[in-house]
Every structure is written in structure tokens, then in C-alpha cells.
Write a protein that binds this ligand. Structure first.
Ligand code: CA
Length: 239
């Protein structure tokens, strides 16, 4: 079922969102996938509530596109479930139902936005970009790798519930690596996240932070390793 993207798909790094698309109509799904991938987004597809539920077990996605009329029920029934584990996960409902009461109901259930079919792909893209710009909306509460847990709300790294003392830059590096744990993190993306728009970054500064962070994680026996993917970036994995 899973489609793992090649790195070449991260064309637009600022928008390298990973999106779960829950849509059972093949034509619609293919249209949306093409549009999102053309923007450099990574798309995982699910065609039923059952598949979507399985996909949502892991905190992989930055946003969910959710069709309401699915073969095994109303997609909107997933909103409450999804929000119980990921309160800030952005969800956009897609539906053929144009009725105002349906629309209000969808938003009442906690969807961030709502699009009635047929919609222009450009409109969908605009809505996704708007949600992607809200920083709190793409955060996820915690991620655990090895013995390490990163809490994105408090910006704390914990091993056995004890905070790991880290200077700010190292903390930002670790946060970025945890956000995409077990996945390759592009060097440029990491630099953008850690340094923001500061210019004149020493090219070896990031490597120095990574080395120190690596030693610190070893010292507290976090059970994780930061792998270097030569010429591409880094990968945080459980040992
Ligand atoms: Ca449908």
C-alpha cells in the first residue's frame, strides 16, 4: 500500500510536506497526486477509512486530505480519532456534498477546511499552502526514536523522561531530525530550519553541531544514531 518517495521529489524544499490523501475515486486521486507532487509534496494514498486509520497510526503526515464518501463509511468519522492522537494535524475535507449543513457539520467535527467537488486544483493548492504556513498546525506533540522522545510543544529532548541538556542550535538540529525521524533530512532543509534566514553560515557549522549532538546522545545512551548520507543530508535512526 505504501509509496515511499524518491528524494528527487523534494523539488521545493520549503514545501516538503508529506500528505495523506484519502480518496477512493482513482481519477480524482491521480489528479490531486499529480498536482501535489508537482509542488514537491510527498503523497501517500489511502482508499478507505480502514487504510487511512492504519496510516494515521504513525505521525508521518503534515496534512490529511479526506474524502467524505468512502466505500466503508463517512471519512469525517476519522477526524475525531485522528485528532485524539494528533490534535494539530491539519485536515481538509473533500466532498461531493455541497449542502451548507454538511459543510458546517464537517467544520464542527474539527476539519480545518472544506472543499466541495468539483474544485479547481489551484484552489486546493492554495488551501494547503495556507495551512502549511501556520507553524503550529504542522507540529506534532512527541516523537520517540530508540530511547529518545522529543516533545515538540515544550521543545525538550527526553531520555527515560529526563531532559537532555542541549544548547539551542543542537536542540534545533535534533528537533528537525526528530520531525522527520527514520527519514532522510536534506542538508539544505536542516540549515533552513536551524538558521532560518541568517546569512553567512559557516559551511562546517552544521557539521560541528551534529558531531556535538551525536556525542551528547551517546553520552545519555539515547539509543539513536545520526547517520550521514553523503552529499544529501542526515538520518536519525534507532540503533
Ligand atoms: Ca468518494
Amino acid at each position: 500500500m505504501w509509496y515511499f518517495p524518491a528524494l528527487t521529489q523534494y523539488k521545493n524544499r520549503a514545501l516538503c510536506m508529506r500528505i495523506l490523501m484519502v480518496e477512493d475515486e482513482p481519477e480524482m486521486a491521480s489528479l490531486i497526486r499529480q498536482a501535489l507532487e508537482a509542488q514537491g509534496m510527498v503523497v501517500d494514498g489511502a482508499v478507505s477509512i480502514l487504510q487511512a486509520r492504519a496510516a494515521l497510526q504513525q505521525p508521518l503526515h503534515d496534512l490529511v486530505l479526506l474524502d467524505r464518501q468512502l466505500p466503508d463509511g463517512d471519512g469525517a468519522s476519522l477526524i475525531v480519532e485522528a485528532r485524539s492522537s494528533r490534535p494539530h494535524l491539519p485536515i481538509i475535507l473533500l466532498t461531493g456534498k455541497r449542502d451548507v449543513s454538511e459543510r458546517v457539520h464537517g467544520l464542527d467535527l474539527g476539519a480545518d477546511d472544506y472543499l466541495s467537488k468539483p474544485f479547481a486544483v489551484e484552489e486546493l493548492m492554495a488551501r494547503i499552502r495556507a495551512i502549511g504556513r501556520r507553524p503550529a498546525q504542522v507540529s506534532i506533540p512527541t516523537v520517540s526514536v530508540g530511547r529518545l522522545t522529543f516533545n515538540f510543544s515544550t521543545r525538550e529532548a527526553l531520555v527515560d523522561n529526563l531532559p537532555v541538556p542541549l544548547p539551542r542550535r543542537q536542540l534545533l538540529v535534533l528537533e528537525a531530525l526528530c520531525l522527520r525521524a527514520e527519514r532522510t533530512v536534506l542538508r539544505e532543509w536542516l540549515i533552513e530550519r536551524v538558521y532560518g534566514f541568517e546569512d553567512e553560515i559557516q559551511s562546517n557549522a552544521l557539521d560541528a553541531h551534529i558531531s556535538k549532538l551525536r556525542r551528547q546522545l551517546e553520552a545519555v545512551e539515547a539509543g539513536v544514531t545520526i547517520h550521514v548520507i553523503r552529499g544529501i543530508g542526515y538520518l536519525l535512526k534507532a540503533n
